[in-house]
Design a protein around this ligand. Structure first.
Ligand code: GLU
Length: 448
């Protein structure tokens, strides 16, 4: 059967790295197996969902390059969820309950104090029609629970191995709220069936949803044998703390605006928590070729922003001019060419930093002159143009001969005078870009 996966973000906040990772893993899995990738917006909670967040989710995924083959919005599919509730009611698997949240909390505490598992005790199942009428007459609107079977549920999780839940472990899940709105579990299972989802790959915070998910999937006529689950451990930050979408911590949008390359983030998220080495990759295709879900382990991976920054820099250092030419142009670096890019790329933490070196090469800088006499000598020895990669060696050899300086004492003052900076790209590459007029003026202490 053709592989079909989905990601199902709720538009209640920006995507962060913690949900970017399952998004990427689903996408890679689909591509690896020639399957389809569905983006489903789980927006049944219309109090907390917003269009703006839904649009931001689409933008963030597109930025990562995770193109979806299919798209669905749960708010468009309410009719299907109502059909499912009718079907479950007819089967006797959906039953009305009238407890208020306060009553449920009290029942939970009472059970805990008696050392009973804090699950719903199904007291609503015992209500007679007359009692239901009385409760409704009091103005109570029912919510609806799905009656679980009393069988154990198990599955072979593609990350966690065999998982088994004994009966009595879970409350019968509420599928429909008192105001008639379907809840996540119902909508999710109906969609997974309708879209022929074969693999549900998601965070391990959903492990406890999976047993009821399987039962509901089966009750609604889904082919459980063709449904597989993989629960990925949740990422923590470098200190071991979890992420929250609503806090916006480490959101994809923030990485994007801070100039992180999407492929740096993809390269990290595709390998974090696997046994594979984390290396910068230029294309998603390379990550698809290397992808294997069985390489994902159960231990909690740490997401370290510094690791991302290092990977971003390494990726830029390996990026060819043709891949960035348009972006350099868009930064306003008109005329930036291969020689410029190859001179500066090794010094960039972000692509935007190229503009800093562009200004150093073409703009006016305040040169730093430590020893004016030495700088004047150096200026007088500048060879005639045209310059090439060898000009630097020819020039510095001449200065060495004239002044007896070598090593840092020779090179460092030249760097300070020519660039106004302590560190930077190789001067052999920069010198021809700066050109003789500017180089000479800078050595003579003139702003140029
Ligand atoms: N809307 C759910 C969430 O954002 C989707 C979970 C799932 O993948 O089933 O957590």
């Amino acid at each position: 059967m053709a592989v079909a996966v989905r990601i199902a973000p709720s538009p209640t906040g920006r995507l962060h790295v913690g949900n970017g990772r399952p998004a990427l893993v689903n996408w890679l899995f689909a591509r690896k197996h020639g399957g389809t990738f569905l983006l489903r917006i789980d927006d049944t909670d219309d109090e907390r969902s917003t269009h703006a967040y839904a649009e931001a989710i689409e933008r963030d995924l597109a930025w990562l390059g995770l193109v979806w083959d299919r798209f669905a919005r749960q708010s468009d599919r309410l009719g299907r969820y109502h059909e499912a509730t009718r079907k479950l009611t007819a089967m006797g698997r959906l039953y009305p309950c009238y407890e208020t949240p306060e009553e449920l909390e009290l029942m939970r505490k009472t059970r805990l104090s008696r050392r009973l598992p804090p699950v719903y005790d199904r007291s609503a199942l015992k209500l007679s029609d007359a009692e239901k009428c009385r409760l409704e007459g009091e103005g109570r609107l029912p919510h609806f629970r799905f009656r679980l079977t009393d069988r154990p549920v198990e599955w072979d999780d593609l990350v966690r191995g065999k998982v088994r839940f004994e009966p009595g472990h879970f409350s019968d899940p509420v599928l429909v709220r008192a105001d008639g709105r379907p809840l996540y579990m119902l909508a999710s299972v109906v969609d997974d069936i309708d879209f022929g989802i074969t693999h549900v790959i998601r965070g391990e915070d959903h492990v406890t949803n999976t047993a009821p998910h399987i039962e509901l999937f089966e009750a609604l006529g889904g082919d459980v044998g063709a449904l597989h689950f993989a629960h990925l451990p949740l990422l923590t930050d470098a200190s071991g703390a979890g992420f929250s979408k609503r806090l916006g911590s480490l959101s994809l949008g923030e990485f994007r605006s801070s100039g992180i390359e999407p492929m740096a983030l993809n390269s990290l998220l595709a390998k974090l928590g696997t046994s594979d080495a984390i290396e910068p990759r230029h294309t998603l295709d390379e990550l698809v070729a290397e992808f294997d879900l069985s390489h994902f382990g159960r231990s909690t991976p740490k997401f370290d922003v510094e690791e991302l920054n290092r990977l971003n820099a390494r990726l830029l250092h390996m990026t060819a001019f043709d891949a960035v030419a348009d972006r350099l142009e868009a930064l306003g670096l008109h005329g930036a060419d291969r020689a410029f890019w190859e001179a500066v790329r090794g010094n960039l933490a972000r692509l935007d930093d190229a503009a800093v070196w562009w200004r150093i090469i073409h703009g006016d800088i305040a040169p730093l002159i430590e020893d004016a006499a030495f700088a004047r000598t150096a200026a007088s020895l500048l060879p005639p143009e045209p310059w090439n990669h060898g000009s630097w060696a020819a020039w510095t050899n001449a200065i060495k001969g004239a002044t007896g300086r070598s090593g840092k004492a020779l090179f460092h003052p030249l760097r300070l005078a020519l660039t106004g900076r302590e560190r930077g790209p190789e001067l052999a590459q920069l010198l021809p870009l700066i050109g003789r007029t500017k180089a000479s003026a800078r050595l003579l202490g003139e702003t140029a």
